[in-house]
Ligand binder design. Sequence first.
Ligand SMILES: O=C(O)CCC(=O)C(=O)O
Length: 274
Amino acid sequence: MKIAQFQMHVYEEKKKNLRQLEDYMKRIEQEQVDMIALGEMFNCPYVTQKFPDYAEKEGTESWEICSALAKQYHVYLSAGSMPEKDEAGRIYNTAYIFDRKGKQIAKHRKAHLFDIDIEGGQYFKESDTLTAGDSCTVFETEFGKMGLCICYDLRFPELSRMMVEQGARVIFVPAAFNMTTGPAHWELLFRSRALDNQCFVVGTSDARDESAEYVSWGHSLLVSPWGNIIGEMDEKEGYMIHEIDLKYADKVRRELPLLNARRKDIYREELHRR
Ligand SMILES: O=C(O)CCC(=O)C(=O)O
């Protein structure tokens, strides 16, 4: 399975972000990739107060363009994430997956909202404008099952573990770490989740823009089920393409059978309460 990760610039103008996606897809047309992955909030500046203005209902403009592009280029598209508005006016950080026919085959609303306040570092409070999702998202493809979560969600090992329990051998993570947590935790976290779960983890970020209110770390990366980094970008915009074989996850799981060796009988809190 050939995967392209687009680390794109995020413009103020939504339409410009969508046109940029089309340009990138044209640029790699000859590569015949199977799946394309984008970054978190790829069509909207990563600023909480802007999410309500950019938010769209499922099935409208940005969704339609992503679906049409997946169909036109005959690829699976992990359409990063974008602000989504529901019938009641609540706003979510939502990731969609489209298949080669442009059909939506998965949708994940970020379940862990990114509320942090690090002294001398990054402050962010998604819960000012966003509502959290409440699902664990796994979807079927011609290559097998895959999982999907968004950025901060990856910090919570229970969620990835649940995806893997449901059969995922790859986890897609549209993300945008920052200049505080990026250098400290980005690689460590992606490698840890891949290692724990013996699965591929595809982390796709937006490109760094020093003039933006929230400065993304960039460094989109692809990690193998053995925990090593197959490819990693720097902070600039661009793309990378890699070929992976999902059977490699089976091999690692067979040779180092962590998932089968778990002792669920002792991981029960009630047994150890004093
Ligand atoms: O976990 C982090 O350090 C960054 C998370 C983040 O930027 C996000 O969830 O959008």
